[in-house]
Ligand binder design. Sequence first.
Ligand SMILES: Cc1ncc(COP(=O)(O)O)c(C=O)c1O
Length: 366
Amino acid sequence: MAKTIFRKELEKLNAYVPGKPIEDVMREYGLTSVVKLASNENPLGPSPKAVAAVQAEAAKINIYPDPAVRTLREKLAEKYGVSFDQVMVGNGGESLIQLVAQSIISPGDEVITADPSFSLYEISVSHMGGTVHVVPLLKDSFQYDLESMLSLVNDKTKIVYICNPNNPTGTILGKAALNEFADKLPEEVVLFLDEAYYEFASAVSEDYPNGLEILARRPNTIVLRTFAKVAGIAGTRVGYIFSTPEMIAEIGKSTGVFSVNRLAQVAALAALDDTDHIENSVALNKASLQAFKDYFDTKGLRYIEPGGNFIWVDVNVDTRELYVALQKEGVIVRPGFLWGWDSWLRISSGNMQDTEICIEALDKLL
Ligand SMILES: Cc1ncc(COP(=O)(O)O)c(C=O)c1O
């Protein structure tokens, strides 16, 4: 048999499917304007302070960035009340998810995640030869089945992933349930709390837990956040994790040397201070999701109360076809069939005009 060049794990690896780019849909259907509500981006646009910082920094891109990302880490540490060595910044949250799996998972190790949830956990762990146990969310509430997840923990379990709010369902796992789960999980198992939508979730629910409180009493915890969502700088790629200094040091060993570029570092620094932009982003998100909820209510469509900047709705038709039909109307969403939930759609919040366009297209087709 011919020797294979690649890791054997790649043979079965299902690559991540990103939201379809606007340019592709324009080209395929000959459209001049397309609304994309498929990647949970910020419809308000980037923080203006971040844009100004990038412009000012542009003349320096002949110089490598600070490999330690010191200023941004110091500022994040100060803002969130942790020490500098408890923070690591990466080229988007996705790179940190991969890096954590690369640092922790060896072939034969096991992790536990949920279905449907963010598929990058599964992809990253499978890539390293780990075994992924996928526990379906509870049927009616779409909440995590924490009991079943705990029952799967064994000596080989390395990481349990909790996406809160969960992508694609938007469900928030509340304080009491998460705290109890964190306390029951054996202390040597890493609890990975993905809080990519932290700012949106904490604005809609007082019961939304702050992963940093769990980290403070349970060392083997990693909390992930990102500048891609509320800060509106997804295009620059900046995400960060909090954990113990020991964990950050170990994970940091295998990161790229200059993995957070110069423009990304200054953009994130500026966005962190832009409270007006954060507040306006949260307010626009609420208004857009409310418009979607009102429409779904009038149509009698079931949706899950959204904790992030997207909404998960059962449209009662096969989304393979609806997804294409919506594109012909100039609207890109994320179809549930990608997660095996054929009649559900995940729709990102938009500005009010794009929200209206999406609702009108849905109304025409449903
Ligand atoms: C739950 C979740 N985690 C992590 C990420 C990755 O974020 P980033 O854009 O910073 O890579 C996303 C992006 O959509 C996400 O939805």
